[in-house]
Design a protein around this ligand. Sequence first.
Ligand code: DX5
Ligand code: ZN
Length: 217
Amino acid sequence: MQLAPSILSADFINLQRDVSALEAGGADLLHVDVMDGHFVPNLAFGPQVVQALRPITKLPLDVHLMMSHPEAYIDMFAAAGADTIMVHFESTPHIYHALQLIAQHHVKPGVVINPGTPVDALKSVLPLVGQVLIMTVNPGFGGQAFLPSTLEKVAHLDQIRQTDTTLTFDIEVDGGINDQTIQQAARAGADIFVAGSYIFGGHSVAEQITKLKGLIE
Ligand code: DX5
Ligand code: ZN
């Protein structure tokens, strides 16, 4: 079980301070949201931010690309120091190629599905990925409410990897994760939990991380 705080809810003027607090507070990964204003109706973080983060933290950088034509930017994010690069199934007609490209850079490839995309759509790419991210909100903004209908997709995916033991991916959930929903997602089979507003919305990030980790360990 791993907790991946999303820096989308950080104080951007004090990003280094916030990242240090997350690392000291027990974060397992750092989730970095990339948005292009086209695939999702918001803008966030380019490769320069990943590059700036790389030397200031030991935490693996979990890069979530919410962008059209992601294959054109994989080189840049890999060179910037991403440890995982995740591309949306819906964002490209060449998902297979995009995942192959990520693996060629010795970066962990991940595929992401929106709430409206079924798990079955992923069948042919599951052998290529180290991680599957099930969006538990519509992508684009922090602070939205968790969509309970996504839980059965997590359970379905967990069942697929239990049936076929050649598949080795982790299941990650992203959006609306708090002290209630994290337990529901864990029970359904998720291993990695992204949380933004819950972690930054409390008294201290360390306290919030401890609360969430206490519920899944
Ligand atoms: C939403 C992003 C999330 C976001 C989650 O599109 O992918 O990573 O930061 O934020 P919360 O935890 O506030 O829902
Ligand atoms: Zn994300």
